[in-house]
Structure formats: structure tokens, C-alpha cells
Write a protein that binds this ligand. Structure first.
Ligand SMILES: NC(=O)c1ccc[n+]([C@@H]2O[C@H](COP(=O)([O-])OP(=O)(O)OC[C@H]3O[C@@H](n4cnc5c(N)ncnc54)[C@H](OP(=O)(O)O)[C@@H]3O)[C@@H](O)[C@H]2O)c1
Length: 268
């Protein structure tokens, strides 16, 4: 399993351990992984871009959980093919569907193609924006009552990484061969609503201040997708709310407000 110490990785490892599995996880920092993950997890420390480490980490593995930031994921897939991995769950991004020509969309599609052409059984998860991206606002919230960000006022059906993890556990432990799942949270929320929910979670009244310059936004609106991303402004049209989390896990995805309450300590 790659990405095991991340926002969705930690809940996924916990869920697999709860179900009696013993995942082997890769990390570049075993000490940190040890502090985040349950006891008994098989931790392989190393760099996924090093072929010897990759071969060692993959020895004896039959199922691989792979995400896009895992060094060079296509290389990881090639090594997995050589070492006899038969089933892969690959996490990419819903931008593969909504913005296939953007940098992330193209990278996601290329990696997905490499997985299917590699002859693996398995499934692709395409999540939308994670609720945990707002952790980037934590310092601003600790230091004051206003979050200043560009948002263009767009609403987005953010998903709790814990719900991506719940779907990942299902797709790893059951047979979902050939499936591609688009994952979103239960409702579209704007940056203003996110900040309000974070305020409720930390017990303070917070406000949001738009910092995107209207002229720049208009330029982005009419520019190629690459430009829209390169200026770093969150300007993604909502993909709409999808029912996949509920369909696969039998329960509704967490709202942004629920995620904020669960993670309030990170903003205090
Ligand atoms: N955030 C979003 O809005 C969003 C939306 C759609 C899809 N996704 C996808 O969801 C996946 C997980 O996101 P996340 O928020 O859980 O990520 P995250 O918390 O930022 O992930 C950090 C994890 O990435 C690993 N990592 C980072 N760079 C690496 C590298 N060069 N080589 C090997 N491992 C590396 C880290 O491992 P170490 O233990 O080695 O540090 C750590 O486990 C990503 O593939 C992301 O593209 C995210």
C-alpha cells in the first residue's frame, strides 16, 4: 500500500487492520508511519523511485493500493506486473472525467491506461476535492478569525478522505474488477460555508474573504485548462453530487460539517 501515512491512507490502514488484514505499507519515514499507524503494520521504508526498494516492497504482494503521487506510478505498475501483483486499486482524480485535458486529468488518464493495459484486475477510484484540503487554512484559523483565499464563489461536493478510504477498503477486499468509481461528498459547499462549519467546529465565529481578482477570474474562465490551474486558483466546476459512497458502503458520506467536527483539534 502506497500513501499509507496520508489523509486517506491512515483511515484505510486502520480499516484494513480492523478487518483483520495485515497490510504492508511503504513510506519514506518509518518513524512517522509508526506514530500514525496501528501496531503490527508491516512498514517498508524507502523511496518508490528506487527500483531495488520497489522490488523488495512488492515481494509476495498480491494486491496493490496505488496513488498518483507514488513516485512514478507507471513505473510502480511495471514493477508490480513483474513481481506478480494481480489486483490493483488505483486512486486518481475526478478531473480525469471533468477536466481530461488539465495536467492532473491527463496524468490520471495516462496512469489509469497503464493499469488497464498492464493486464491487472482491479478498480479505479476517482475522488473529487478532499475536505482535508482545508487543513491548509489551519494556521490562518489559529491566528485569526478570517480566512483569505481565492474561491470564485464556486460550490464543490467535497469528500471526507475517510469515505474514500471506506470505498478503497471495499474495492480491495471484494472483487470490483473493471470498475471506475467517481466519488464525491453528499452536498456542494462553498468556501464561505466551509469556513462557517470550521468556525462551529472550533467554537468561534469565522468569516471568509474572497481574494480572487475579478479580472483574473474572467481570464481564467476563458483560458485553456492549463492556465486555469497554473495560477493556483480553485476554479473547478462542480461534477455534481454522486451516490457512489452510499451505493458501495451502504451509508451516506460524511458532510463537510461532520468532517470539521472530527478534525477540530487540527484547527485549534
Ligand atoms: N486532495 C484532494 O483534493 C484529492 C482529490 C482527488 C484525488 N486525490 C488523490 O488522493 C490521494 C491521496 O491524497 P491524500 O490527501 O491522502 O494525500 P496526502 O495526505 O497528501 O498524502 C501523503 C502521502 O503521500 C505519500 N507520498 C507523497 N509523495 C510521495 C512520493 N514522492 N513517493 C512516495 N510517497 C509519497 C506520503 O508518504 P510518506 O509516508 O512517504 O510521506 C503520504 O503517505 C492522492 O493520490 C491524491 O492525488 C486527492
Amino acid at each position: 500500500m502506497t500513501g499509507a501515512t496520508g489523509n486517506m491512507g491512515v483511515p484505510l490502514v486502520r480499516e484494513l487492520c480492523r478487518l483483520g488484514r495485515e497490510p504492508r505499507v511503504t513510506t519514506r519515514n518509518a518513524r512517522r508511519a509508526n506514530s500514525l499507524l496501528p501496531e503490527g503494520v508491516d512498514i517498508a521504508e524507502g523511496d518508490l523511485t528506487e527500483p531495488e526498494f520497489l522490488d523488495r516492497a512488492l515481494r509476495g504482494v498480491d494486491k496493490l493500493f496505488l496513488f498518483l503521487e507514488a513516485g512514478d506510478p507507471v513505473r510502480v505498475l511495471e514493477a508490480a506486473g513483474r513481481s506478480g501483483v494481480s489486483y490493483v486499486v488505483l486512486v486518481t482524480s475526478l478531473l480525469a472525467e471533468t477536466r481530461p485535458r488539465s495536467f492532473v486529468g491527463r496524468f490520471a488518464l495516462e496512469t489509469e491506461r497503464a493499469m488497464w493495459e498492464g493486464g491487472f484486475r482491479g478498480a479505479v477510484l476517482r475522488p473529487w476535492e478532499y475536505a482535508s484540503n482545508t487543513l491548509a487554512w489551519a494556521r490562518e484559523i489559529r491566528d485569526g478569525d478570517v480566512v483569505r483565499q481565492p474561491s470564485a464563489g464556486l460550490a464543490s461536493p467535497v469528500i471526507a478522505p475517510e469515505d474514500v478510504a471506506a470505498v478503497a477498503a471495499r474495492t480491495l477486499l471484494e472483487d470490483h474488477d473493471g470498475r471506475t468509481y467517481a466519488l464525491t461528498g453528499p452536498a456542494e459547499v462553498t468556501a464561505v460555508q466551509k469556513v462557517r462549519a470550521l468556525g462551529t467546529a472550533v467554537g468561534r465565529e469565522l468569516s471568509f474573504q474572497e481574494t480572487a481578482d475579478p479580472e483574473l477570474l474572467e481570464k481564467i474562465r476563458t483560458s485553456p485548462e492549463e492556465v486555469a490551474e497554473s495560477v493556483g486558483v480553485c476554479f473547478m466546476e462542480s461534477p455534481g453530487v454522486r451516490s457512489t459512497v452510499r451505493d458501495l458502503t451502504g451509508r451516506p458520506p460524511r458532510s463537510f460539517g461532520e468532517w470539521a467536527l472530527d478534525h477540530a483539534e487540527s484547527f485549534k
